[in-house]
Design a protein around this ligand. Structure first.
Ligand SMILES: *Cc1c(COP(=O)(O)O)cnc(C)c1O
Length: 354
């Protein structure tokens, strides 16, 4: 039986994407060859790469606005380093909203001065800092739009006059934003776009070429742009499957359509968390993520019962991250409203029992 997959990443993808991806593994475009044995320089795969790159810009509404989309390797974790390598000359600002921004800060410190413009570390990152000051003269400001582990999400983006970089690994393509306010967006595929193995980087070309250091080719955004994201062998399967997911998203109506569904799912689950005395939400209400909902049992003694019940209902991946404990329900784009309904039913059943 197909499980209801609430895993934080790698994530659930649409069934039809799994089906098409597995067909391409057996026979890619009727070529008599598998997707994973053809040359990435061949016409068929070059088309896939181009399609994936243009779909990313189209979905984000960034076509014809000076942006390039790249599919790189090394995960979002390598972007922590590449961003600083390519953009940090003297000082950069970072908003520290969780474990991932913390890691991004650590890498950036290898290249220049990092100013933490705000941090919610004091409360184990259960909120988004507000009213912080953005100093003048930054090379860039780095934000994390959604904090996968703690279940918080930036609802408002600061007014600023600097280059804006955003790690959108866990909420890319999930909600409508003016994406042109960002100069560089990156996202590991495996949270909301595809399988692990590729990272989408969307970058405004004119922010590059301003640092004085030498940049190794594989870490140089310009090299990847000049080679159309094919400087070296790309992760063909991950790019192909991400392309299929973006096609699926476009077909169902793009970001506006999925945002509506994501809001319904989040409302359903959070209202259960708030109304049911057996559960307690972790994140500050105003900052709650529509992608990852974190919550705890009010009575830890109920853990074994609850765990057995959700597993029995065919739910997978509900355990919280070790740094938060409790539970985390990740409701990425491809998770259906029905799956959230199944979880909510189990939670209300708990209330009747408890
Ligand atoms: C998972 C995650 C990362 C790390 O991604 P990798 O692709 O595993 O390197 C970075 N940032 C955020 C917000 C994430 O959720």
């Amino acid at each position: 039986m197909k499980k209801h997959n609430f895993s934080a990443g790698p994530c659930v993808l649409p069934q039809e994407v799994f089906l098409k991806a597995s067909e391409a593994i057996m026979d890619f475009n009727g070529s008599g060859l598998s997707l994973i044995e053809v040359s990435h320089r061949g016409k068929d795969f070059v088309e896939v790469m181009e399609k994936a790159r243009s779909l990313a810009l189209e979905l984000l509404g960034l076509e014809g606005k000076g942006y390039k989309a790249l599919f790189l390797q090394g995960g979002a974790s390598l972007e922590f380093l590449m961003v600083a390598y390519n953009l940090l000359e003297t000082q950069a600002g970072y908003l520290n909203t969780g474990a991932w921004s913390d890691k991004a800060i650590k890498e950036a410190r290898l290249f220049g001065e990092v100013i933490e413009v705000g941090s919610s570390k004091d409360e184990n990152f259960n909120y988004i800092p507000k009213g912080y000051n953005i100093p003048k003269g930054l090379d860039y400001l780095h934000l994390t739009s959604n904090n996968t582990i703690f279940g918080t999400q930036l609802k408002k983006f600061p007014k600023h006059d600097t280059v804006l970089v955003c790690d959108m690994s866990s909420d890319i393509f999930s909600r409508q934003l003016d994406f042109s306010q960002f100069d560089l967006i990156y996202a590991g595929a495996q949270k909301n776009m595809g399988p692990a193995g590729t990272t989408l980087v969307v970058i405004k070309e004119d922010i590059l070429g301003k640092v004085s250091r030498k940049i190794p080719s594989m870490l140089d955004y310009k090299v990847h742009i000049n080679k159309d994201s094919m400087f070296n062998t790309p992760s063909v399967f991950a790019v192909y499957t991400s392309m299929l997911t973006m096609e699926w998203l476009k077909e169902i109506g793009g970001i506006p359509a999925i945002e509506e569904i994501n809001e319904k799912k989040a409302r359903l689950l959070y209202s259960e968390i708030d109304l049911n005395p057996v559960f307690d939400g972790f994140a500050n209400k105003d900052d709650r993520s529509n992608m990852n909902a974190t919550f705890n049992l009010t009575d830890e003694k109920l853990k074994d019962t609850f765990d057995a019940m959700w597993k029995e209902a065919g739910i997978n991946g509900l355990n919280g991250h070790r740094s938060v404990g409790g539970y985390r329900a990740s409701m990425y784009n491809a998770l259906s409203l029905e799956s959230v309904g199944v979880l909510v039913d189990v939670m209300s059943e708990m209330e009747r029992k408890g």
